[in-house]
Design a protein. Structure first.
Length: 221
């Protein structure tokens, strides 16, 4: 999908970000990344900016990029509403070619994005490039267990219905057609990019994985 195709889905993705299951995942990811006090934080594929809002009061600077100009407009409006425009910036950009200098951020986030890219490895390399030494990467991706069948079963077990169920099934449908990595594959990929302290945590009953890692002093360019 290109940016224009995502433009038409702003309302859907904003509603998806407010589902109980994705809100819980965002809360978990925020908790796992710790306090954002004084940090410069980047969200790659920021959507409507709701993940960044979780640490907005703590962070020094919040930057979001998205391929969709309408998502960026929604994020700008979101932060204006919360009186956070002064410490935030949102712009249209390609995750595989981020418009930032090396070593610009303390924390780089990406949720439900890397697996959609034509070349996820290049996207992760870019996140690594713009991270400062010792900076942290945090990603949410579907696991190899994700499928329409397993998503339906999970929704049934958890009593997820209505739009929340529709959003989960749509996500599962897209993810099965794109890139998925096992935790072993993701660990190897990140180690090759000179990340350390790599950890994986299952969410959604193992249908998705939160990956956290720290950038070493020497990185690939």
């Amino acid at each position: 999908m290109n940016g224009e195709e995502f433009d038409e889905l702003v309302s859907f993705f904003d509603s998806m970000a407010r589902t109980s299951w994705l809100k819980q995942i965002h809360d978990t990811l925020k908790e796992m990344t710790g306090l954002w006090n004084g940090k410069d934080v980047l969200d790659v594929g920021c959507g409507t900016g709701r993940l960044l809002l979780r640490g907005a009061e703590e962070a020094n600077r919040l930057v979001g990029v998205d391929l969709s100009s309408e998502m960026v407009k929604a994020s700008i409006q979101q932060f204006f509403y919360h009186e956070l425009s002064g410490k935030s910036e949102f712009l249209v950009a390609d995750a595989e070619k981020l418009p930032f200098k090396d070593d610009s951020f303390d924390l780089a986030l990406s949720t439900c994005v890397m697996f959609l890219l034509p070349d996820p490895v290049q996207g992760i390399k870019e996140m690594c490039r713009v991270l400062k030494t010792g900076g942290q990467i945090a990603m949410l991706n579907p696991s190899e267990k994700m499928s329409q069948e397993t998503a339906v079963q999970y929704a049934k077990e958890k009593g997820i219905s209505g739009f929340e169920r529709i959003a989960l099934l749509k996500w599962s449908n897209v993810s099965t057609k794109r890139h998925r990595y096992t935790t072993e594959e993701m660990t190897e990929l990140l180690e090759n990019l000179q990340f350390t302290e790599i950890s994986h945590s299952e969410v959604l009953g193992g249908l998705a994985i939160i990956t956290i890692a720290k950038k070493k002093e020497t990185t690939l360019k």
